[in-house]
Design a binder for this molecule. Structure first.
Ligand code: SIN
Ligand code: FE2
Length: 212
């Protein structure tokens, strides 16, 4: 535990209840990346449609008891992959452990996610400002892990019009938000083209949530 804490020194507050943990996932990357890579081969990411009928620019896949879905009926969670009707695979131990440790570092104890949304951003893909509000229990935080190409994460406030802070996320960074900022608006600026030694020409984000 001491070693674990020493390897992950920094925590930067970005809003009440929200913090940025630069490099927090790096010590576990040797186990984490093969898990994600294997998952994406078996469960290829897909473009989902928004309820308004637009194609989302990011491609998504999921792990865990509940996967995030979007379709003409709205946003929500489903125990099955909508493109195959097959259950999502369980969350691997390395991801559960990383999520709990990151949440703990941010002040949220006993975090046990049941959903890991995997967003794949090709160059130019972005995520507009939105709130994560499809989950049942807002006392549980969100843990977000960045892999591959860097991106600018925008973290605003409770209103869409609140000016966001810009956080330059790198491979291995983790952001945790909850408490007062659990439903704060956030998004991602268009990802710039580049090449990363693990992910190649994309950014991948893991969003860990207790959805059900
Ligand atoms: C999201 O909030 O849905 C994604 C955040 C990210 O990609 O960093
Ligand atoms: Fe989000």
């Amino acid at each position: 535990m001491d070693l674990f804490t020493e390897q992950r020194p920094h925590s930067i507050a970005i809003a009440e209840g929200a913090c940025w943990l630069p490099g927090f996932a790096l010590p576990e990357m040797h186990a984490l990346w093969p898990c994600v890579k294997h998952h994406l081969t078996a469960h290829p990411p897909q473009h989902m449609m928004t309820p308004m009928g637009y194609v989302m620019s990011v491609q998504t896949s999921s792990m865990g008891a509940l996967g995030w879905v979007s379709n003409a009926q709205g946003y929500g969670y489903s125990p099955v992959n909508p493109s195959t009707n097959v259950s999502w695979p369980p969350l691997p131990a390395v991801i559960l452990q990383l999520a709990a440790e990151a949440a703990g570092k941010a002040g949220y104890s006993q975090f046990v996610p049941d959903s890991c949304l995997i967003n794949v951003y090709a160059p130019g893909c972005k995520m507009g400002l939105h709130q994560d509000k499809d989950e049942k229990d807002f006392t549980q935080p969100i843990v977000s892990v960045s892999l591959g190409l860097p991106a600018t994460f925008l973290f605003g406030g409770s209103k869409r019009s609140d000016k966001p802070v810009k956080i330059p996320l790198q491979h291995g960074d983790v952001v945790v938000w909850g408490g007062a900022s659990r439903r704060f608006y956030h998004g991602v600026s268009p990802v710039k083209a580049g090449t990363h030694s693990l992910t190649g020409n994309c950014r991948i984000n893991l969003t860990l949530r207790k959805a059900g």
